[in-house]
Design a protein around this ligand. Structure first.
Ligand code: PMP
Length: 402
């Protein structure tokens, strides 16, 4: 039996139609399958591989850590240099109030930790989030997910949660002195790239401050330069009380974190002691990899190139390229290198995605916007790769009937 069949038989499945492509090598913005076929990677492991696959500096840091130790103890007891170095460097690049990093093993667990922290230090129970938001798949994170279809089968979920409309000023009135925290993606990713408009995020910040509610911003998908600034919240003049990180945080290794002021964070260490614990959070190899990737992001000034690459994608996709002129308008939404191309429906999108994969361009759709094609490539994607990918998308689109 080949690996594909074994995958279908013995690996727990998440859908009835997985892509089931076998990738044997990844480098920069490219993936290679068993036949040696090359793919331009337009999704970078879903906003994970911001510095590209297998960056030499990241590989070097992992190898170096392997020489010293792997797992030695559960999170929180021992001084582990990769954790300490990475936490310290992250806080140097964050506002002064975000100075304590609690490492987890995934983004979902960062969400869980933040929800617990907010309840613990406010003594309140209500948690507010937004429609079409995604914060993870565990029970707590699922309870605040902004879409009924995806969570209804798993009831009962956490009580006392409420989902408001993102970008609605009116809905912010629901935030009161009972609200422990409001959790929002700074830019909603799985909604198909939804950007906060007209000072809405600032108004949300003000409402949280006025009611003593903690503002949690989820930058698991939009952090680390994805939206054109190191942190997306920089673009909207707000500072969260708690920041959620994941995905690109580990430079290709599993790592998550929730970050807050030490005064708030310390409430997890007493009453009860061990208020949040885990075995693998801040794994030394993951922290070494993440720290190396963070340094690459800054040293190679990768964020400086994001706006130009975004503009090139948007221009080529909406105005056409290689003699291609869209026969009908194509809607492109973008915030840095987080781009959604909106098609009429899921069927058209799926047809385009399948054909793109055949033509060596790897992409998929968004959870709450299945009619939108996802472009969240490694930030190192080259101009030539962008041109090739856009020309493939355009040529397939032109040949598909509306
Ligand atoms: N928040 C956001 C915005 C995400 O995109 C994701 C993952 N797609 C998560 C939380 C959950 O992260 P993980 O899959 O690592 O648990």
């Amino acid at each position: 039996m080949n690996n594909r069949q074994l995958f279908l038989n013995h690996v727990g499945q998440t859908s009835e139609a997985p892509l089931a492509l076998e990738i044997v090598k990844a480098e920069g913005s490219k993936l290679f399958d068993t036949a040696g076929k090359e793919y331009i990677d337009l999704i970078g492991g879903i906003s994970v591989c911001n510095v590209g696959h297998r960056h030499p500096k990241v590989i070097e840091a992992i190898k170096k850590q392997l020489e010293d130790y792997l797992h030695i103890m559960v999170y929180g007891e021992l001084v582990q240099s990769p954790q300490v170095q990475y936490a310290t460097m992250l806080t140097q690049y964050l506002p002064a109030s975000l100075n304590a990093v609690f490492f987890t093993a995934s983004g979902s667990e960062a969400t869980e930790g933040a929800m617990k922290l907010a309840k613990r230090c406010s003594g309140r129970t209500q948690i507010i989030s937004f429609k079409n938001s995604y914060h993870g798949s565990t029970q707590g994170a699922l309870s605040i997910m902004g879409d009924e279809y995806w969570r209804n089968a798993f009831r009962p979920l956490l009580p006392d949660t409420m989902q408001l409309n993102y970008n609605s000023f009116e809905d912010l009135e629901n935030i009161t002195e009972r609200t422990a925290c409001v959790i929002a993606e700074t830019v909603q990713a799985e909604a198909g790239v939804l950007v906060p408009k007209n000072n809405w995020l600032k108004t949300l910040r003000e409402k949280c401050t006025a009611t003593g509610t903690l503002l949690v911003l989820d930058e698991i998908q939009c952090g680390f330069g994805r939206n054109g600034t190191l942190w997306a919240f920089e673009q909207f003049n707000v500072v969260p009380d708690i920041l959620l990180l994941g995905k690109a945080l580990g430079g290709g290794m599993p790592l998550g974190a929730f970050i807050a002021d030490k005064k708030i964070m310390d409430s997890l260490s007493h009453n009860p002691v061990l208020g949040h614990i885990n075995t693998f959070g801040g794994h030394p190899v993951c922290c070494a990899a993440g720290l190396a990737a963070f340094k690459v992001l800054l040293d190679e000034k990768l964020i400086d190139g994001v706006k130009g690459k975004e503009d090139l994608f948007v221009k080529l996709l909406s105005q056409g390229s290689d003699g291609f002129k869209p026969s009908r308008p194509i809607t492109v939404r973008s915030c840095g290198l987080m781009i959604a191309i909106e098609f009429e429906n899921f069927e058209t999108n799926k047809e385009i995605i399948d054909e793109l994969i055949l033509q060596g361009v790897f992409t998929d759709w968004f959870l709450f916007a299945s009619n939108c094609l996802r472009i969240v490539p490694p930030l190192v994607i080259s101009e030539e790769e962008i041109r090739r990918a856009c020309s493939a998308i355009s040529n397939i689109f032109i040949n598909i009937k509306p």
